[in-house]
Unconditional design. Structure first.
Length: 375
């Protein structure tokens, strides 16, 4: 890693070659880029396919691509051709990290697999994001977020109790895979300080999807009961779900007896917390439907947003259910710097806040360049 200027970002001087496309890999490298890494996004001649995943578009580029590719320089290369392979090797000569999400075996076919690259560039950290890894019963097969949600049990616990298994309404597996890839890269960079050596990071959608099964996996391990769907209700806590108010749903996330007592006080019904049916969380779980009925009656005359704000300020976790536009326009969203704006560009800010070396918006997502030229 090269010498850096102060306040240039926590990863300033770290050079990343990003061969990844779609979401998991690009989300990872945007995290690194937001914090100062010098990220070169290399696309195939036709570009990352998400450039066309619209509408909406900004110019000729889809919002999907724009959302995960800021702070990167861009280049196109045909890695199936010797000239592209040679140029990639030239770029890797002083790189710290390579991120790619090719189907396992593809880079190996081109003479660019980890065994070869680690011999030529022993300090290089090679991070591969794939569906299932390169070996095992599913090794080498392509992976996709929704399929991972289905295969790894996420859909089976998402949805109404009497409804169908439902995909989580955002690509949670892709995004947590990107997060885990970023964590792995930081771990490997830290270890390299001691050893001077890079290593191969094997991050899969399959593993990351399974890692999200809390508390359902431990519940199954220690009860033997297969978890099912419970709508917005928590399998281990009550009340922990959406409930109706006069003008829309409110989510109550009451995690302990003190919070339940406070809830009863705010609702001007202290006797609710003294009811033997609701004395402990275990009692409230056993009597969940009766509790829901009682709370629904008490909430019927309240405004969801006003009550949620009051409860939260009293120490009871609660929130009105907001739409995406409402969430992005909330004053606290602005206060936290979670909406970035520059010219026509608008994006969600970095949630990773560092006091001395904060994330910055330095570059807008790269335009698609002719093969072999960089932005």
């Amino acid at each position: 890693m090269a010498a850096t200027l102060p306040n240039a970002g926590a990863l300033a001087g770290c050079k990343v070659i990003d061969l990844s496309r779609v979401l998991g890999g690009p989300y990872c490298t945007q995290i690194l880029a937001d914090h100062g890494a010098d990220v070169l996004k290399i696309e195939p001649p036709g570009g990352d396919e998400t450039r066309g995943w619209g509408p909406p578009f900004l110019g000729d580029t889809a919002s999907y691509f724009i959302g995960v590719n800021r702070n990167k320089d861009g280049m196109t290369l045909d890695l199936s051709q010797p000239a592209g392979q040679e140029l990639l090797r030239h770029l890797l000569a002083d790189a710290d990290v390579l991120v790619e999400n090719f189907k396992p075996g593809t880079l190996e076919k081109w003479g660019l697999g980890y065994d070869t690259l680690s011999r030529d560039f022993p300090a290089l950290i090679h991070c591969r994001v794939s569906g299932f890894g390169s070996d095992g019963p599913l090794g080498g097969l392509p992976g996709y977020d929704a399929c991972a949600q289905a295969m790894c049990g996420l859909m089976s616990v998402n949805g109404e109790a009497d409804g169908e298994a439902t995909r989580v309404g955002l690509p949670v597996v892709d995004m947590v895979t990107g997060l885990n890839a970023a964590v792995a890269i930081l771990l490997a960079l830290n270890e390299r300080v001691r050893s001077g050596l890079g290593q191969f990071l094997d991050i899969t959608l399959y593993d990351c999807a399974l890692s999200l099964l809390h508390p359902h996996a431990p519940n199954y391990f220690y009860s033997g009961k297969v978890p099912g769907r419970s709508g917005n209700a928590h399998p281990n806590i009550a009340p922990y779900e959406t409930l109706p108010t006069a003008n829309g749903p409110i989510f109550l996330a009451v995690g302990n007896n003190r919070q339940f007592t406070l809830l009863a006080q705010v609702l001007d019904t202290p006797g609710l917390a003294e009811d033997a049916r609701y004395a402990t969380n275990a009692d409230r779980l056993r009597n969940r439907q009766a509790l829901r009925d009682d709370l629904s009656a008490l909430l019927a005359g309240h405004d969801a947003a006003v009550l949620a704000d009051h409860l939260l300020r009293c120490g009871v976790p609660a929130a009105a259910v907001q739409t995406v536009d409402q969430a992005l326009a909330h004053p606290h969203t602005r206060h936290r710097g979670m909406v970035l704006e520059q010219g026509d560009y608008r994006g969600v800010g970095s949630p990773i806040k560092l006091s001395r070396t904060p994330a910055t918006l330095r570059k807008l997502p790269p335009a698609l360049r002719p093969t072999g030229t960089a932005e």
